[in-house]
Design a binder for this molecule. Structure first.
Ligand code: IPM
Ligand code: MG
Length: 360
């Protein structure tokens, strides 16, 4: 199979984790007889530095012209003082929008071997964590009307949370479909005791649930969910969220697993084209030191193999290689503890790639 993958290395540790991942993809290609062609369009800080804007049109075209997009991470202090519309993050937001990627799927899993790394007490983690946040990605306050205006106390800035029924319906369907493939429970998050948009959210999700009689749907206020995630995360299967609540809760969900460096995410729309990236950010403090954990990005590549490229055997081989290498005790510094073997970012990539080539 010939596939074209648009690879956005990004900023900070982005290039390091992406390069380690490409090594693994090449191992997959070699073992299974595929050809992966890569294009390297720019986005974020790297694009600002070389073109003046965070998302050049060329990058959008290159992505639309590919089978999948693999992204490292964008942003960093160097670009923090730019106007909102010129910041690296704006590149990512506009790319999601331009590619129509309205559904962000973020699994948070507590790995047995890393149980001790969770900041939660053992009494809580012993019940395990295995949930997926399904976050609406191209609507809500991130994209609503915004600006400056004269307010009661002088000039004020505003952003608007707005959702249409159509946007809520399509993301609810994604959450229900994901839940059908796992625990068949969906917790829909809102702030319906305060926000109008949340009331429409709740009513619409309830209506869509009628098409999924097997799913157990419950509604939870966002503040309660933030609390429940640390009180008893084992209660959750699929958490369905509007954009901003999903941004916040998915960070929390990732953190409580103690393995933010291991968690991938996919952003999907109504075609097979998806964008795959680690949940974590660009970690500018360790950029260039070859100490980042590439596994979240490698797992994102596995999600890409499975979802956009529809290569299930290859996905399984890559996931198995990661488990084997972790099982042999290899650890990047973020998940290292005494008794394990500490390796660099590039070494971790090489070990997993070799395991893919050798594994049968
Ligand atoms: C994320 C990030 C982005 C977001 C930023 C970088 C724009 O925090 O993917 O969660 O807020 O969506
Ligand atoms: Mg975020």
């Amino acid at each position: 199979m010939n596939c074209k993958i648009a690879v956005i290395r990004g900023d900070g540790i982005g290039p390091e984790i992406v390069d380690a991942t490409i090594g693994c993809l090449e191992a997959v290609a070699h073992r299974f007889g595929h050809t992966f062609k890569y294009a390297f369009p720019l986005m974020g800080g790297a694009a600002i530095d070389s073109t003046g804007v965070p998302l050049p049109q060329e990058t959008i075209d290159e992505c639309l012209n590919s089978d999948a997009v693999l992204l490292g991470a964008v942003g960093g202090p160097k670009w923090d003082n730019l106007a909102t519309h010129l910041r690296p993050e704006k590149g990512l937001l506009n790319l999601r929008s331009a590619l129509g990627l309205y559904a962000n799927v973020r699994p948070a899993v507590l790995y047995e071997q890393l149980r001790g790394d969770s900041p939660l007490k053992p009494a809580i983690t012993k019940k395990g964590i295995n949930l997926v946040v399904v976050r609406e990605l191209t609507g809500g306050i991130y994209f609503g009307p915004r600006g400056y205006r004269a307010g009661k106390y002088g000039q004020e800035a505003y952003d608007t949370e707005a959702y249409s029924k159509k946007e809520i319906e399509r993301i609810a369907k994604v959450a229900f479909d994901v839940a059908m493939g796992r625990g068949k429970r969906v917790t829909s998050i809102d702030k319906a005791n305060v926000l109008e948009s949340s009331q429409l959210w709740r009513a619409t999700v309830t209506k869509v649930a009628e098409q999924y009689p097997e799913i157990e749907l419950s509604h939870m206020l966002v503040d309660n969910c933030a609390m429940q995630l640390v009180r008893d995360p084992s209660q959750f299967d699929v958490i369905l969220c509007p954009n901003m609540f999903g941004d916040i809760l998915s960070d929390e969900a990732a953190m409580i697993t103690g393995s933010i460096g291991l968690l991938p995410s996919s952003s999907l729309g109504s075609t097979k084209l998806g964008l795959y990236e680690p949940i974590h950010g660009s970690a500018p403090d360790i950029a260039g030191t070859d100490t980042a954990n590439p596994i979240a990005t490698i797992l994102a590549a596995a999600m890409m193999l499975s979802t956009s490229l529809e290569l299930p055997k290859e996905t399984a081989a890559l996931e198995k290689a990661i488990k084997t290498i972790l099982g042999k005790g290899y650890r990047t510094p973020d998940i290292y503890s005494t008794g394990n073997k500490k390796v660099s970012c590039s070494k971790m990539g090489e070990l997993i790639a070799l395991e893919v080539l050798n594994g049968k």
